[in-house]
Design a binder for this molecule. Structure first.
Ligand SMILES: [Zn+2]
Ligand SMILES: [Zn+2]
Length: 169
């Protein structure tokens, strides 16, 4: 059972029910209610487990900003489930997911939850290159790895060409 308060839980269920009935009307088939878990931690507001048909939500963020959370997160995650069921393995926020958001649910297909802003800021990356050709050449290292390289405590290798990654200016 959710640690989230019951009223929030019911509102979230209502959001999902409305998303499901939109999708049923649009695709002409029925979808079951996913299991909702409130066990997500850290900076991520929501996560859809596609094959398990589960939506994991972050109760901490829900408590902090219930209105924004309820308006944005449940349907965003529901759209991931519907997209997976209808289109199979596609890019998480690709054109199929955008179609489900905008055409099916009449929502702006925003690709990040507002709550994830702090996360992307913390997870700044630094460009590195290897010996591969073209696009594969560019790698992004997180800040922790980047500083290890700067301090000469570690070297990282490209998994394809096995060359050491060199920091790009
Ligand atoms: Zn998403
Ligand atoms: Zn390479």
């Amino acid at each position: 059972m959710p640690p989230a308060n019951l009223q929030h839980h019911q509102t979230i269920r209502d959001q999902l029910i409305s998303a499901i009935s939109d999708a049923e009307r649009y695709f002409g088939q029925s979808f079951t209610m996913p299991e909702i878990r409130y066990d997500l931690r850290g900076q991520t507001a929501g996560l859809a487990l596609l094959r398990e048909w589960v939506i994991r939500l972050n109760a901490e963020i829900l408590f902090r900003e219930p209105e924004n959370f309820i308006a944005e997160v449940p349907k965003h995650e529901m759209a991931h489930l519907i997209t997976h069921k209808m289109f199979g393995q596609v890019r998480p926020h690709g054109k199929e997911w955008k179609l489900v958001m905008s055409e099916v649910m009449q929502l702006p297909p925003k690709t990040t939850h507002r709550f994830e802003v702090t996360k992307t800021r913390q997870e700044r990356t630094f460009p590195y290159s290897c010996q591969c050709e073209g696009k594969n050449k560019v790698h992004q290292l997180g800040i922790r790895r980047h500083y290890k390289v700067l301090r000469k405590q570690a070297n990282y290798l490209c998994t394809r060409c096995k060359a050491p990654l060199i920091s790009q200016p």
